[in-house]
Design a protein around this ligand. Sequence first.
Ligand SMILES: [Zn+2]
Ligand SMILES: [Zn+2]
Length: 119
Amino acid sequence: MSWAIGYDEHWNRDVGYGVPATCDHAGCGKQLDRGLSYVCGGLPHGGEEACGLFFCEQHGGGHQCARCAAGAEPFAPTPDVPVWMQHKLTDSSWQQWRDENPDEVAQLRALLNKDNTNG
Ligand SMILES: [Zn+2]
Ligand SMILES: [Zn+2]
């Protein structure tokens, strides 16, 4: 199976190098993708020990985030970026997902609309 796009059951979000995202370090906001080069722990879903969130180079992506290094609770995951939500709502490769998950589609639409009104 390809790691381009997958699903993380623990954090309930799309993962893989095909998924654009922001660094999960609080307040960072750096652009990355959810591929193995950025995952805490360096293994799919972080392996056994790490949180499996995604961090820029500065915050331990591919190695260990500050929280895991300190043995602390993981960071709160950052929300999906709007461009990714838009992709899921419009790209033909997500048609089947949209047919099967009408509730999540409605949720994404609501999130995107909220973003738009915030400017
Ligand atoms: Zn971590
Ligand atoms: Zn960062």
